[in-house]
Design a protein around this ligand. Sequence first.
Ligand code: UD1
Length: 420
Amino acid sequence: MDKLLIEGGHRLQGEAEMSGAKNAALPILCAALLTREPLTLTNVPQLNDIGTMLKLLAQMGVAVQRDGSVVTLDASGLNNPLAPYEMVKTMRASILVLGPLVARCGEAKVSLPGGCAIGARPVDQHIKGLTAMGADIAVEHGYVVARTSRLRGARLFTDMVTVTGTENLMMAAVLAEGETVIENAAREPEVVDLANCLVSMGARISGAGSDVIRIQGVERLHGATHRIMPDRIETGTYLCAAAATGGEIRLTGTSAAYLDAVVDKLMDAGCDIRTEKSPSFEAIVLRAPQRLKAVSIRTAPYPAFPTDMQAQFMALNALAEGTSIIRETIFENRFMHAVELARLGADIRIDGNTAVVQGVAQLDGATVMATDLRASAGLIIAGLVARGETVIERIYHLDRGYERIEQKLTALGATVRRLS
Ligand code: UD1
């Protein structure tokens, strides 16, 4: 299994280009299931999760063409509305095929994703919404089996804000008969990107980006071309990496528009951040102080502080001046990186969903284990600053979500090597 070897102590400096957003690309790839005409996507990141989704769609009968960051999907030959366990277990986002399959084929059999390292993560809200739209759903032998003649528009209310739940229901509703209203909808920018793509395919959607989304069902959708939005979590991760090393970087191909909560906290920590903007171009420039100040955070649905940036901020706080409190309100078990950071010398106390981080002046390299995607990012940030060498094991998580991370970090002056 691959490992990452990092020699700490190098200040990040220079420019890096950010990739398209994994969490926007995954649902948008599934939107191709909704039409018989080709959907062409640009700025698709080259990641293992994207590869898994393309394989899943291909085995359903979707013709997939990929040329670098451009992917064309043609679902005219869709003939197997099945998502098998072997594929779903490696990527929870596979559940995103459920809504489109039921809407287009009137049937679907999708494996339950099961638990994952960061918590139980059930899909009951996806099922509740589709049932309210008239789908007949049973859970049999670990599979969600859904059937319907045609979905009907309905008023849907999710018990909690769920990102992929909102996306699944929105994709189902675009081909349903009549109007669907999703209340308590997720407001994440990736939901808006999906809505924009669906609208360019002929869907009638309003309110995406607010907590009430209205969808007027249409008979059919057509092909389109859509550019995937920039990855705000990748962007935030590189900003944190530069901040931790006292560096100065300029990130292109991205936008600060979706990063208010993260940028605010980095500025509170003492970083100087500005954006360069023209009608066709945007860049974010960060300059870090010698030592960061500790900043407390509380994760919550967008536009509040993203849970996907929590591990990276724990790494920053581990080295910052002062004490910080980190509250995780989205996932019940998302502090596994704390124990690994402690192996590098961090002083972190966990009590339920709260972590108290007492900043230390120095971390020391050690061997640590990545437990999930964003935990890996937090460990890399710590490794970039720790004295000596840090070895990060199980970095397959990283390859799920960060495109060419060693190359990007190396170009910024880090010393990072993959050990096979
Ligand atoms: C998405 C993101 C993930 C991010 C998360 C929260 C993708 C592919 N993944 O995951 O990176 O960390 O949003 O911002 O976009 N829940 C239920 N029942 C449901 C659905 C959700 O109880 O039917 C709970 C979950 O267990 C969790 C909370 O709701 O505690 C929010 O989860 P959700 O927003 O659904 O996360 P994902 O969409 O899976």
